[in-house]
Each structure stands twice: as structure tokens, then as C-alpha cells.
Write a protein that binds this ligand. Structure first.
Ligand SMILES: *Cc1c(COP(=O)(O)O)cnc(C)c1O
Length: 457
């Protein structure tokens, strides 16, 4: 019996969709687009956001409101920079909030992924996939202390979910301590650990058992442990970013993380480090845990883990903890986590970080960057409250949101992208590729200085 496919495929609408798809594919294929194509892409992008993605983006983004023309549409990237569809180049100091540690489209990462893609893209889900095993071994080697077993994910929030579930299963406890200003992701589990009320409130109640304490306040965390123990709600784990990213680049007070580790040991609780943003060389060490000489029981990775080429994440845990999942490895799974393309990207990324000494580079260039930014801000104390950072994770805190917004907008107009949107500009974050050159750093600094002198306090 033959199946009649003609009726469905020949409808008017499908013909239009098909034509549209072919046009889009032909543009993807091109290395460069001409003026007419650029205009078409821009129009389709803006219309598409307005009608089918979320019109809210068009008003929130400084990048699309310049001269009121809703126009900055990205198209290509390379090294420390990306280009919009009209060919204007930007130095990327936002770095996708810390994705591009090895630069945009690092050739070694692109090669590994392309090579893998030519042979096999995704895994069978049944046979043993080799790159998963090799990447897990590499992670055991490079992560601090006795972290040994890895579970792979596709994003940061998924890494946090995995860590929380593993901690529950291991400890048979349900209380978690998290911190104010923390950001752990936005799925329901990780959002329970995230601190920002605006993001949490509409979704309450989240998973029960979370208690937030002020980040950096060791007495508060000690008291919380005491109270939890006394009311029979023993703490499964403390979850922390060693340096808070989204919260505005907040460094921990001296000895804080060590003392938290001690408290966790005292109460038989796990310590989870969310290094989704601080990991992979960003802070001057491969992992921020090394800066403070503290070994967590579980470390969460994502963002730069896939080298800015593939979405990829992982948790790595001590054997004692991870073995809760030995009897049934299907207790927690994700179809795409640890797929061959993601593993190829992560393996190549770690290779680049090590071979090119990028953590060390982040430390040295970061120190220069921080010093020069502070220098540039002299005389503007009425606008800039503080400039702080570690490695190439730098925050510029202003007295008011509006000043930060004007500065980030001014820099964007001059070809430099820094984090800072209408709703979140009090602290601008600077997280460029760890491969960024001094020339580019100097350009960022001189532009910052220029813009700072133009904005009003
Ligand atoms: C970005 C981030 C996350 C969430 O990662 P997604 O991939 O966006 O889900 C979690 N934790 C930290 C510290 C982050 O910076």
C-alpha cells in the first residue's frame, strides 16, 4: 500500500514555510551577507522577536535601541570579538556571562567538534560512549582534591539540579543552605537556591528546605547550622558560588570558604561549589576552589565548559558521595547530557586552557585590567562606588543603576559590549575571553574613561 503524501505537503502554507526555510538556510551558508540581505535579516529578526519570541527583549536591550532603530543583530564571531549583521565589530567584554573563556570559536574547539560531527553527532544512548569516559577521567585529574566521578548536563541549571539531587540521595536529608545574592539558575530546583526575589516570587513555593543566609557572614551560617540541627532539619548541603557572579562579582571574605568547609564537616553536610561561572580558568585558577584552597564535595560546571561552541555542563563529585548513584545509574539522567559533540568540545577546551596557560593569563591580564580601570575611574567617585574582581571576572559598581546603564550603553555605541541592562546595571560585569590582547584591554579602558566623563552622576 502506498501512502499519499501529496495532500499534506502541497498546502499553500507549507510551500511558504519551505521557501522561507530555504532562504534562511542559504543565508546560514554564507560567510558574509550583502547590504540587502543584512536589512532583510534585521527586519526578520526584529519582527520575529516582536511577534514570536518576546517583544520584551526589544525594549530591555540597550543593544537594540540605539538611535531608536532596533538594530544590533549579531551574525558572526571570532577571538575576543563578535560582529553584527552590518559588519560592525564589538569587543566582547560580556563574554556571554562567562562562556567564551577560550575565545569565540576557538579553532581547536571548532576542529574537535567538527571532526566528531563528521563521524557521529549524538550517542546511541545504549552502547558505551567513549568521549564521556575520557572527559570524566580528565575532569578527575584537573578538579581539586578527590573529586572523581562526573555526571554530564547541558546547562548550569541542570548541573545544579544534579548536585541537589545527588546531595539529597547521599545524605537522606532535605535542608539546604544557600546565600543571598546567589545565582544558581532558573529551573524550579536551582531557583530554590537562587536568591533574587523578583525571579522567585511568582513561582513560590519552590522546593522545600532552602534557607538563605547573607553571603560572607560566617556567624549567620554557623547559627543556621545550629538551629537546623536543633530542630531536626539536618543540612544536606551548603551551595555557594566561591565568587558570586550574577550577584555583582562579590568576593568571599578572607577564610570564609574554609570556615564553611569546616562547618559542613562538623555537621556531616556536603559542600557544593557552583563554579558554573568561576570555573574553567576565569578567576586565575582552573577552578576558584583552588584560589581558596578548599575542596568541595560536588562541583558544578557549565558556561565555558563547552568552550563557547557547545552547550555543556557537568558535576564532579567525590566517590563516597557519587556512589549513591552506582546501584542505579538511571536515578538521574538527561538524554543529551554528555553527548559526543559536547564532550569533544569540553575535552578540546580543557586542552586549550592547559596548553595556553589561560588561567594564569586571566590572573595577569586581570590584574592589569583591574588596576587600569581603577585608574580610569579616578575623579569619578561620585559615579563609581567600587571596582573589584579576581582574574578576568571584574565588576564595576556604580552609585545608581542609571549610571551603569548609561555607561554600558555608551560603551556599546563605541563597540564594546559589557553586561548591564535596563533592569540590572548597578554593577557592570566584565568577563572577556581569557585570550583577550592587551591592545583590546587598553581600548576598553580608554572607552570606559571617555564614557565615564560624559555621563552624569
Ligand atoms: C549562569 C549560571 C547558572 C545557570 O546556568 P544556565 O546554563 O544559564 O542554566 C548557574 N550558576 C551560576 C553560578 C551561573 O553563573
Amino acid at each position: 500500500m502506498s501512502i499519499d503524501l501529496t495532500r499534506e505537503t502541497k498546502t499553500e502554507q507549507n510551500a511558504q514555510v519551505s521557501e522561507y526555510i530555504n532562504k534562511v538556510l542559504s543565508l546560514i551558508e554564507k560567510e558574509e551577507v550583502n547590504k540587502e540581505e543584512a536589512a532583510w535579516i534585521t527586519k526578520e529578526t526584529v519582527d520575529g522577536f516582536r511577534e514570536h519570541v518576546n517583544p520584551g527583549f526589544l525594549t530591555y536591550r540597550k543593544s537594540v535601541t540605539k538611535d531608536g532603530q532596533f538594530a544590533a543583530v549579531e551574525w558572526s564571531d571570532n577571538g575576543a570579538c563578535f560582529k553584527d549583521v552590518n559588519g560592525k565589530e564589538y569587543i566582547d567584554c560580556l563574554g556571554g556571562f562567562g562562556i567564551y573563556n577560550v575565545g569565540h570559536r576557538n579553532p581547536k574547539v571548532v576542529k574537535a567538534v567538527t571532526d566528531q560531527l563528521k563521524r557521529q553527532a549524538l550517542h546511541s544512548q545504549d552502547l558505551l560512549d567513549p568521549l564521556r569516559a575520557m572527559l570524566a577521567k580528565i575532569l578527575a585529574d584537573i578538579t581539586p582534591g578527590d573529586l572523581k566521578y562526573a555526571f554530564f548536563t547541558n546547562s548550569g541549571t541542570e548541573s545544579v539540579e544534579a548536585a541537589l539531587k545527588l546531595a539529597k540521595m547521599y545524605s537522606e536529608r532535605t535542608t539546604f543552605i544557600s546565600t543571598t545574592r546567589a545565582f544558581h539558575g532558573k529551573s524550579l530546583g536551582s531557583l530554590s537556591g537562587t536568591a533574587k526575589g523578583m525571579f522567585r516570587k511568582p513561582f513560590l513555593p519552590l522546593i522545600p528546605g532552602f534557607r538563605h543566609v547573607p553571603f560572607g557572614d560566617i556567624d549567620m551560617i554557623r547559627k543556621t547550622f545550629e538551629v537546623c540541627a536543633s530542630v531536626g532539619e539536618d543540612v544536606a548541603a551548603v551551595i555557594l558560588e566561591p565568587i558570586q557572579g550574577e550577584g555583582g562579582i562579590i568576593l568571599p571574605p578572607e577564610n570564609y570558604l574554609k570556615q564553611v568547609r569546616e562547618l559542613c564537616d562538623q555537621y556531616g553536610s556536603l559542600l557544593i561549589f557552583d563554579e558554573v561561572q568561576t570555573g574553567m580558568g576565569r578567576t586565575g585558577k582552573m577552578f576558584a576552589a583552588e584560589l581558596y584552597d578548599v575542596v568541595p564535595d560536588i562541583i558544578c560546571l557549565a558556561k565555558a565548559f563547552g568552550g563557547g561552541v557547545m552547550p555543556a555542563g557537568a558535576i564532579v563529585a567525590r566517590e563516597e558521595v557519587f556512589k549513591s548513584w552506582f546501584p542505579n545509574p538511571f536515578m538521574h539522567t538527561t538524554t543529551f547530557g554528555g553527548n559526543p559533540l559536547a564532550c569533544a568540545a569540553a575535552i578540546a577546551t580543557i586542552g586549550v586552557l592547559i596548553e595556553e596557560n589561560l588561567p594564569e593569563r586571566a590572573l595577569v591580564v586581570g590584574e592589569y585590567f583591574l588596576k587600569e580601570l581603577k585608574e580610569a575611574a579616578k575623579g569619578h567617585e561620585d559615579k563609581v562606588l567600587e571596582i573589584r574582581g579576581q582574574g578576568l571576572m571584574i565588576g564595576i559598581e556604580f552609585h545608581k543603576d542609571e549610571i551603569g546603564y548609561e555607561v554600558s550603553k555608551g560603551m556599546f555605541d563605541r563597540g564594546i559590549l559589557v553586561a548591564g541592562t535596563l533592569i540590572n546595571s548597578k554593577t557592570i560585569r566584565i568577563e572577556p575571553a581569557l585570550t583577550i590582547g592587551y591592545e583590546e584591554v587598553d581600548m576598553v579602558i580608554s572607552t570606559f574613561k571617555e564614557v565615564l566623563s560624559l555621563v552624569k552622576a
